[in-house]
Design a protein around this ligand. Sequence first.
Ligand SMILES: *Cc1c(COP(=O)(O)O)cnc(C)c1O
Length: 384
Amino acid sequence: MMDINQVRPTRAIVNLDYLSHNFREIRKDIPKETRICGVIKANGYGHGAVKVAETLIGEGIDYIGVATLSEALEIRKKFNEIPILVMGYTPNEQLKSAVERQITITIFSLEQGKILSEEGLKLSKIPKVHIKIDTGFHRLGMRPNQESIEVIKNINELKYIEIEGIFSHLALKNEKEDYKQFNLFKKIIEELEKENIHIPIKHICDSIAAAVYKEFCMDMIRPGASLYGYISRNTPMELKPVMTLETRISSLIDINEGEGVSYDYIFVAERKTLVATLPMGYSDGIPRSLSNNGYFYIKGQRSKIIGKICMDQCMVDVTDIDNVEVGDIATLYGYQGNENISLTDVANLADTNRNEILSLVSRRVPRIYVKDGIIDDVLDYLLE
Ligand SMILES: *Cc1c(COP(=O)(O)O)cnc(C)c1O
C-alpha cells in the first residue's frame, strides 16, 4: 500500500464498509430470488471501479453492470469469473474483444447478433447477450412490437449466441408512466414465451425502481446510486454515503474591505476577510457552478466559497471560524467526524444531481479506501 503522506491532501475517502452495508440493505429490501447487478460505470460513480467491484464480489454480487466495453475490460483484467454486462452500445468493431474476454453485450439488432455469433464460432465461445427493449425511454433498444419479436426469434436461432437476458429502463416520470413501460415490457416477454423463447434474466429496475416497485424486480435489479448511499425516495433501507471529498487549507490571506478574490473579482470583500485557499479546483471534481455559491465545512462550520473556482484551487471565507490554520481539513461532502455533510445540498446548489457530482471526481484525486474501520488501501492513479 502506498504511504498516505505521499498523496495529495485533496482526497476522496471511500468507505468500503458502508458500500458493503448498502449492498446488504438492498439485498434485504428485494425479493430473495432477484439477482443484483451492481452498476459501477463511470469508475464506480467516481469511487474507483476496481475496488468497488472487489468489495461487491466479496459480498456475493451476481453481476457487474458498466456502460462501455473499456469499463468492462478494466474489471475483467482483475476478475476472471464475475459476469459483466455492458448496458450501453458497443460498436461492431469492438464486439470481437467482448467475445474474447467473455463480456455480456447489450444488443438490439440482428446485425450485431450475427457478428457476435460469427466471432463466437471463430473463437469456439458462446457469446452472451442481453436484448434491450425501448419501452418509452427512447434512448436505446427495440420497440416492443411484432417486428422486434421476429428479430429476437432470428437472433435466438443463431448458433453461437446465448440470449441470457432481456431488459428495459424506466423514465421514472410518474407511477402511471412507469406501469405503462413495465406492462409493455411484460407483454413482449409473454409474446416471446408464446413463441417458446424463454429468456432467463429479465430486468428493468435501477435503484429507485427497485426501492419503489417491488413487483418490478423480476430476475435482476441494476442499482447504482443506492450502492453508493443515495436514493431520492422514501425507503426502509438505511443507506450510508460511501464517499467523502475533502482537502486541507494550503494558505491563509487577510484582505481588506473592497478587495476582490479570484478571476474577474466576482467576490469583493464587504469587511476585513480571512481567505483560506484550498488545493481543490473544478478539474478535481468540484463543480465550477459553486463559485460564490457553495460551501466547505471547516472545523464543523460552514465556510462560503468566494470568487470563481479555478481549475486547481478555490478560496473560502473563514473569517468567522476560530483558530483556523493551514492544514485544517475542509470537507465538501461526506463525513467530517460524525457529521454527515450533505451531497444533496451540494448538488442542489450546483443545479445538478448527486451522481454527476460523484462521477466528476477525477483521476488526479487519490482514493483512500477504508475497510473494517481502518485505511485499507491508498490509490493514486497517477503514481500507480
Ligand atoms: C446507470 C444505469 C443504472 C443505474 O442507475 P441508478 O439510478 O444509479 O441506480 C441502471 N441501468 C442502466 C441501464 C443504467 O444506465
